[in-house]
Design a binder for this molecule. Structure first.
Ligand SMILES: Nc1ncnc2c1ncn2[C@@H]1O[C@H](COP(=O)(O)OP(=O)(O)OP(=O)(O)O)[C@@H](O)[C@H]1O
Length: 328
């Protein structure tokens, strides 16, 4: 239910692409909500539908994509029927987006200050001089060294980590209620990666944020809750601590086991098999071909069942099996 602190409430969102054989759903009945101060990790392998889910929140889906059902309630209004004009006003003001590749947000032939100042002037009624002040403050907030000088630099004059800090400053400059970061650290080296994740966590504390990542380790570091996606559906969702310490879905367990760790005792276990191709169709559980627990019951689609703050879509999850055993 939507409460006053709820910033985003996504209900039964599906995304499809038209094909000769009919519309092909690549995101299926995804639901989650986000309250002020929460950071949601959307975690899953490539092709699971994470990026399309967050692009739909900003209405930046590919032109041929369809939303056959669902609602995106953002600050109390459904964005699915919102006009292009309304979305242009909203993007950068109420929702800030941090993309994987800083060069996709930073025009290489423009000084970083120009991009920041333009964004302020588009959404706030302030003079250019005031906008420059706000821009320098935004660069200070993301701990960019010498912000008053760097504001007149071009993106190529900055390191990869500094560029990503500028992208975060650009996403947050108009104080949006929601920050969306899509694989923001993939192109960074490990130490810079930790700093950038820490920065996103700090920026998210006063608002709300979604981190899209294939790396459970990154989600564990900064997210308050996680939704694990597989083949276009959420298969498990709950608080990060609960999911991490007691994963219920076999896919979540496999994802956690696949996180590389510095330990002589931990065995790194890549997930066997491949995720299904977009063209494959499943009547039952799409994880069945890779699942060590699969049984005959898995030929029917498992519903996402919510219990005690955790939602799991698995006929054979630990909780389900424990219940089966205790009722025998
Ligand atoms: N323009 C498009 N036309 C048709 N299918 C598409 C299009 N864009 C994405 N898809 C399909 O939608 C599915 C979900 O894609 P999406 O990019 O959301 O996955 P993802 O989990 O974000 O993966 P990645 O981490 O690789 O970005 C994939 O099967 C992809 O092939």
């Amino acid at each position: 239910m939507t409460t006053p602190s709820t910033i985003l409430d996504v209900r039964d969102l599906s995304i499809a692409f038209p094909t000769k054989a009919g519309d092909r759903r690549v995101v299926n009945q995804v639901s989650f909500d986000l309250k002020r101060g929460e950071v949601l990790g959307l975690v899953g392998e490539s092709g699971s539908g994470k990026s399309l889910t967050v692009l739909s929140l900003m209405k930046l889906l590919p032109a041929n994509a369809l939303i056959p059902e669902g609602q995106i309630n953002f600050l109390g209004s459904d964005l699915v029927p919102a006009s292009d004009e309304a979305m242009r006003r909203l993007r950068g003001r109420d929702i800030g987006m941090i993309f994987q590749d800083p060069f996709s947000s930073l025009n290489p032939v423009r000084k970083i200050g120009d991009l920041l100042i333009e964004s302020v002037c588009r959404h706030q009624k302030v003079s250019r001089a005031k906008a420059r002040e706000i821009a320098i403050q935004a660069l200070t907030d993301v701990s960019l060294p010498a912000p008053a000088e760097r504001i007149d630099h071009y993106p190529h004059q900055l390191s990869g980590g500094q560029r990503q800090r500028v992208v975060i400053a650009l996403a947050a400059i108009n104080n949006p209620s929601l920050l969306i970061a899509d694989e923001p650290t993939t192109a960074l080296d490990p130490t810079v990666r930790m700093q950038v994740l820490g920065l996103i966590q700090r920026m998210a504390a006063e608002r709300s944020a979604i981190l899209v990542t294939h790396d459970f380790g990154a989600a564990a570091q900064i997210c308050t809750k996680v939704a694990v996606m597989y083949y276009g559906r959420i298969v498990e969702m709950g608080s990060t601590v609960d999911v991490l310490t007691n994963p219920q879905h076999p896919y979540t367990r496999a994802l956690i086991a696949a996180v590389p760790r510095f330990s002589t005792t931990h065995e790194f276990s890549p997930i066997p098999g491949d995720p299904p191709k977009a063209t494959e169709r499943f009547m039952g559980c799409s994880y069945l071909p890779r699942c060590p627990l699969a049984g005959d019951d898995c030929r029917a689609l498992p519903p996402l069942v919510a219990r005690n703050g955790r939602a799991v879509a698995c006929w054979r999850s630990a909780e389900t099996l424990a219940e089966e055993t205790s009722t025998r």
